[in-house]
Design a protein around this ligand. Sequence first.
Ligand code: UT7
Length: 323
Amino acid sequence: MNKAYIKALANYIPEKMMTNEDFAATLETSNEWILTRTGIEQRHIAAEDETTLDMGMKVLENLKKQGINLDDVDGIIVPTTTKDYPTPSTSALIQNALGLKNCFSLDLSAACSGYVYSINTATALIESGVCTNVLVIAIEKITKDVNWNDRSTAILFGDAATVALLSKSNDDSGVIAMDMQSRASDILIVPSSGTAIPISVQNIEDGKHFIHMEGSETFKIAVTEFCNSIEKTLKEANMSMDDISCFIPHQANIRIIQYVAKKTGFPYDKIEIILNKYGNTSSASIGLALTEAYHSGKIKKGDNILFTAFGAGLTWGSTLIRW
Ligand code: UT7
């Protein structure tokens, strides 16, 4: 069986940045509350006229600057909660902009678990021989779905894009275990703009097009399923947390990460944390952290890297990679 490995990585962070103090100026909140309850210090916001496609092309430019050739890409997967259009898919727009002919494109809807689901899907496509080189481009302009008057959600999210190029491996490096799980729930939902609650003046006036989250309920399920997914993935690989060099969890709340570290006994200093700088960037968060860790030289060949995500759906899952 072919193995799939991550060949190249890049990030794109929009220029505009908002601090906790910026929110404290307009909402009944404080830097202290946001920092202690979430771990977030700042987040970046895409420009008003910047589309998901624009962000995708910018992150690909950052990949190409590393000398990466995309001519042989035969699959594009875009996890995103903020597509440009209901149809066509953003991945198809990217394929078109790249001028790729022998290639398929797919948008993947798994909210904050989108990166893990997409890496796992790309791996399955490469392992089965369907594809050879797959781009996973997680792009989130999630702040467009945020009600800026709702202090319980507005302070949480940030915009970003990240790309991973997966290719067929020639040695024993690559993905060695995967987990994907889900359960239907409306505790984290953008209610309107689909067929169930269509766009209407009334629904917009009622704020149905914004993110609604039952925060503490989501928190409770997240910590449980994080631990469950880690356990399942390690078991599949016949490993323990002692074999993991670097753990990259989805970045929604520092207290979730601290809880998971304590529960699994994983050393906190081996966890990649970027939440303070970027907030919750949904499907982009694990890729952002992985890319920063890789480019700063923290990840070495042979290291076992574990990603674990949790998000709306509800969805959760993990990827374990030997670098
Ligand atoms: O990424 C996908 C998955 N998402 C998650 O995993 C997120 C999970 N949830 C969380 O991270 C946390 O639940 C939140 C950060 C969203 C909220 O933190 P919490 O400690 O669970 O707070 P809470 O919702 O229980 O609210 C506690 C209090 C409430 O006031 P009362 O009712 O006790 O008077 C809220 O109104 O904190 C209040 N509050 C705020 N106060 C100041 C909520 N947001 C704010 C705020 N500033 N920004």
